[in-house]
Design a protein around this ligand. Structure first.
Ligand SMILES: [Zn+2]
Length: 449
């Protein structure tokens, strides 16, 4: 992407290597990226597999097998990271009861999400980021609580990523609070994520982004035998689940059909991933999830939060939700031997680039508008600084109406800018940026008459 800088409202200055844009790199983020190790992720996945099954309704009491032992182990690892966090990382298993649902929960059951919360260091900043994987696993029969359900990739990969992120990020401090969570009950009906999303809504958490990692460590597809370890899919909802009549009206008036907050987050992930992570591209998928499948970002979307799903490019159905067995020479089961740990490393780095940029970012601009009162062949955008505090600067993002990703960036110091491109032909969004290139999530403008 090219970077432009608008020094005044009417003068466009081109910077070939501007320090004022997301094209500048934060050396601390680069350093953190190097700390993500494929061998650590593999060791975590193998440890998770060693619990036999992590079915939500499996043994909760054993010290070595079942979901209870797995939860306690994850928490004990979080506790180790807490020792190096200056007291800012706290951990817990958030237990709650899931009522019998006549489907995948046969009796009222006590389940729990394992959480590590890295408190933000700015008491005036209430923003929260959530990154999740699901700890529970399953075999062919979703009600089988006894057979080994290794769940190496689904979703040992997501949990291993969350733990690696907690370990590396808790050694740093951020103004924004980050919640690292290994949820339970995903395979039985997204119960752990729903519990957390509802709790967050009730308690008015200001969640700016929720990243769900579910199956991010397999690169070989079943059936087609294609291998791809250079792309990660980001699923994001098109029309927000929670949309008021007023918002729907505005969406139609502005043709905002491809710019939901979750889609804007997905594009943000693409920008920072391709900036910080070598040999990894983000594939934006314009749907909330795959056919016949669900994920833990969905309860967050349903509660009005901005949430996306990370998922490997290629899925291998021989190694998902399968009894471990060999049939006609084909090996079935979700075992570590089928995973690609360097691919998992890169996908963990994509999360890291996203979380750290957002956690260090200034707050997003407010009251972002685009003037439509006159016919003109340029575009004037106006906004207010977050909390009326002076900001280092802003980036106006621009793309053709038919393009999937931002194509031009304009850097401005002011809170108003005229762009010499017609508002009729492009989409715009505005984000706040600091001197190290950390940018807020972009805000899509409303028309000003
Ligand atoms: Zn899963």
């Amino acid at each position: 992407m090219k970077t432009y800088s608008l020094c005044s409202i009417f003068i466009l200055v081109i910077f070939s290597q501007s320090v004022f844009s997301q094209t500048s790199e934060d050396p601390e983020i680069k350093k953190m990226i190097t700390e993500v190790k494929a061998e650590n992720l593999e060791a975590t996945v193998r440890k998770l597999v060693s619990f036999g099954t992590r079915h939500t309704l499996s043994d909760a009491k054993s010290k070595t097998k079942g979901i209870g032992a797995a939860q306690k182990w994850v928490q004990s690892e979080f506790e180790k990271y807490a020792l190096e966090s200056n007291g800012r990382l706290t951990t817990k298993i958030d237990y709650f009861t899931v009522k019998a649902d006549g489907k995948r929960i046969t009796a009222d059951s006590r389940v729990g999400n394992v959480m590590a919360i890295l408190e933000g260091n700015d008491p005036t900043d209430d923003r929260v980021l959530i990154v999740s994987g699901h700890l529970d696993s399953r075999v062919s029969d979703v009600m089988n609580t006894k057979s080994d359900a290794p769940g190496a990739n689904d979703d040992g990969s997501g949990v291993a990523a969350v733990m690696e992120l907690a370990k590396i990020m808790s050694k740093r401090s951020f103004p924004v609070t980050i919640v690292f969570v290994a949820v339970t009950g995903e395979e039985q009906g997204l119960y752990g994520a729903r519990h957390l999303a509802e709790f967050a809504k009730e308690n008015k958490w200001n969640i700016i982004a929720m990243l769900n990692n579910d199956m991010i460590g397999n690169s070989l597809s079943s059936g087609t035998n294609l291998r791809d370890n250079t792309q990660i899919r980001i699923f994001s909802e098109t029309i927000p689940y929670l949309e008021t009549e007023e918002e729907a009206k505005m969406r139609k008036a502005t043709n905002r059909d491809n710019d939901s907050p979750s889609r804007l987050l997905a594009r943000y992930i693409k920008t920072v991933t391709e900036q910080y992570v070598d040999q990894l591209k983000v594939k934006l998928v314009y749907r909330n999830d795959r056919f016949l499948r669900g994920g833990d970002h969905t309860p967050f979307s349903q509660n009005g939060f901005t949430a996306v799903r990370f998922c490997e490019m290629n899925e291998n159905f021989d190694h998902q939700h399968q009894d471990v067995r060999t049939e006609n020479g084909v090996k079935y089961g979700d075992l570590p031997e089928f995973m690609d740990f360097d691919y998992l490393r890169k996908n963990t780095c994509s999360n890291l680039a996203t979380l750290s940029n957002l956690a260090w970012s200034p707050k997003a601009p407010v009251n972002v508008g685009i003037e439509v009162k006159n016919l003109s062949n340029s575009s004037t955008l106006i906004w207010s600084a977050p909390e009326d505090k002076p900001s280092f600067g802003y980036q106006i993002l621009m793309r053709e109406t038919s393009s999937s990703h931002w194509e031009k960036i304009f850097f401005v110091k002011d809170t108003k800018a005229e762009i010499p491109y017609s508002k009729d032909n492009y989409f715009f969004a505005v984000q706040t940026i600091d001197s190290l290139g950390h940018a807020s999530l972009p805000v899509f403008p409303v028309p000003i008459r």
